[in-house]
Write a protein that binds this ligand. Structure first.
Ligand SMILES: [Zn+2]
Length: 569
């Protein structure tokens, strides 16, 4: 190869986490698909050459562009989908006006819809033909032809950026998102629609999935999209199934263009027998993708770890724990220690009060004990760190394990880490018991029972789902509401994070179990029953992050209006 534009682009490190362990999975039309062993991202390696990509993105790239009726059908469908997206974006943001940028705007269907909705719109697209068409359709909006970065748009000018089916097409998703971060206003919204490898169509069709194609350079799922957003400075991320408005005509066009053995003949057969009116009817379908909402966060010079310490009647160990904690240092991380003291009767409160004016400690005093779960939830509300670690006020766990637990989070390889007390393959990290061997056996059988139950119910392979050491990016809990007050909160946190799409990474930690004599607070018979009930409820409860976002915004507005002297309604 003599011409640069004809050369393939080899990728040496993962596009999201920069990991170097890339494993070959399979090939699509001579393109190798690899998986990053660290963050699990799937992508094409080497990437196709510039020439090959421009051939693909030629004039006939957009579906239905060869006939007038085809164009009409596709345009109607895209505008209906645009209205759906705009309604959801409005729920997330709480307002529906301002400056909107769409990157990859194509013929401008989304921009036209948004402009009619009151947005001041700007579009960017690579295709000159598409830009020309989009310009003709807009009243006031402008359209820039080319790639986003070279325009060097002024920083902080957009309220909303929309990238629909674009993030998988760019050579470097991180650089692309960082550029969008730069041009958004502080707190500005980013909306991403993209195919997802954990959608039902991907699971069902596997290697034959219609989204595996040469121009899709990276394949995200619910977890990897959140990792790339976190790394490029976005927070408040919630992921929803990717609803689109489709009709049968559109689906048929798609399967003619990208044939799938078995499915294409079925679609053609249905086209012959289905009444025409049914074929044209618009339907809301969640097929192969996800919708992702996030907002621009400030980039801090140093990342922060929030350590939440729920403390209730722990006078024997609390002082020692705090001494270690306030002295603890981790490379490149600042500590924010949040003590939630629940009005202990054994002197714990007095010890806690000594840290009232300590610069690294936020002290929250509860007027009465309402359970460990309640205390942790209170601490979570006060946390401002990039990462959260929950630290019991006893000394059953070894604080020297912090470094190892945080490494996968800080490097971006994981969003959620559990410290497993069973040592894994590491024989030096063992669970140790002191006395009361019969009781220990009973506790261990219970542990085994509940761990198995959780693994079966939530499709996991966890050794120690009940560890206190749960460390996660604080953003993982956006869109989640918690209600458990006692030890069942441990389940609730784990289950809701798993159901939101995070894969917990288990790492071995040191552990010295306390006996009940030493003050272990689990109640032998009542708590397991609470856990069973909680698990059954958590398995089937609906998780609705968008509603949680709306409710918390309403709560903030209520607080603000109360603060300004307006009566609460
Ligand atoms: Zn990776």
């Amino acid at each position: 190869m003599t011409n640069n534009s004809n050369a393939k682009h080899p990728v040496k490190a993962c596009l999201v986490c920069q990991g170097a362990k890339l494993y070959y999975l399979f090939s699509i039309l001579d393109h190798r698909i690899v998986r990053c062993d660290d963050c699990q991202l799937l992508f094409i390696n080497p990437q196709p050459s510039d020439d090959e990509l421009s051939r693909i993105y030629g004039a006939g790239y957009f579906l239905g562009s060869d006939t007038e009726t085809g164009r009409q059908t596709v345009s109607e469908i895209k505008q209906a989908t645009a209205r759906l997206y705009l309604a959801e974006i409005c729920r997330y943001r709480g307002s529906k006006s301002g400056r909107l940028l769409e990157v990859g705007c194509g013929d401008g269907d989304f921009l036209v819809t948004a402009e009619a909705d009151g947005w001041q719109v700007t579009g960017v697209d690579y295709s000159a033909a598409a830009c020309e068409k989009a310009r003709r359709r807009l009243k006031n909006g402008e359209v820039l032809c080319g790639e986003l970065a070279p325009f060097r748009l002024p920083a902080g000018q957009f309220d909303l950026c929309v990238i629909s089916d674009v993030i998988g097409h760019v050579r470097s998703p991180l650089d692309f998102l960082r550029e969008i971060h730069r041009i958004l206003k502080p707190g500005g919204t980013l909306f991403v629609a993209t195919p997802s490898t954990d959608s039902w169509s991907a699971r069902f069709m596997r290697q034959k999935w219609m989204e595996f194609k040469a121009e899709h350079l990276a394949y995200f799922d619910r977890q990897t999209i959140q990792t790339v957003l976190f790394k490029s400075g976005f927070q408040g991320v919630i992921v929803q199934p990717g609803w689109k408005i489709l009709n049968f005509d559109y689906i048929k066009m798609h399967f003619e263009r990208f044939p799938v053995s078995l499915l294409t003949p079925v679609v053609n057969f249905m086209a012959r027998i289905m009444p025409r009116t049914t074929q044209l009817r618009h339907r809301r379908i969640a097929a192969s993708g996800i919708m992702v909402f996030s907002r621009k966060a400030e980039v801090r010079p140093q990342q922060v770890l929030s350590v939440i310490v729920p403390a209730y009647n722990e006078a024997n160990t609390f002082a020692a724990l705090m001494e270690i904690l306030v002295r603890k240092e981790l490379p490149n991380l600042r500590f924010e220690i949040i003590v939630v003291e629940s009005n202990s009767t054994d002197g714990t409160r007095e010890i806690a009060l000594k840290y009232k004016n300590h610069p690294g400690v936020k002290l929250i005093l509860e007027d009465q004990p309402r359970g460990k779960g309640h205390a942790v939830r209170t601490g979570l509300k006060a946390a401002s760190g990039d990462y959260v670690l929950i630290q019991d006020a006893d000394l059953e766990y070894d604080l020297e394990d912090y470094d190892g637990l945080l490494e996968p989070l800080v490097s971006g390889r994981a969003a959620f880490v559990l410290g497993a007390r069973h040592g894994g393959h590491n024989v030096w990290k063992m669970r140790q018991f002191t006395g009361q061997h019969g009781l220990s056996l009973f506790v261990n059988i219970g542990h085994w029972f509940f761990a198995t139950l959780i693994n079966v119910l939530f499709f996991q392979h966890l050794r120690d789902p009940f560890t206190m050491f749960k460390v996660f990016r604080r953003d993982c809990i956006s869109g989640l509401a918690f209600e458990c007050d006692r030890f069942d909160f441990d389940f609730e946190l784990l289950v809701k994070l798993v159901r939101k799409g995070y894969r917990p990474v288990e790492l071995p930690v040191n552990y010295r179990s306390r006996s009940f004599k030493e003050g272990k607070k689990v109640r032998m018979f009542r708590d397991p029953l609470t856990w069973l009930k909680a698990l059954a409820r958590l398995r089937f409860a609906k998780i609705d992050p968008m509603r949680v976002v709306e409710q918390s915004r309403a709560a903030v507005m209520l607080e603000t209006s109360a603060g300004t002297g307006n009566p609460k309604t």
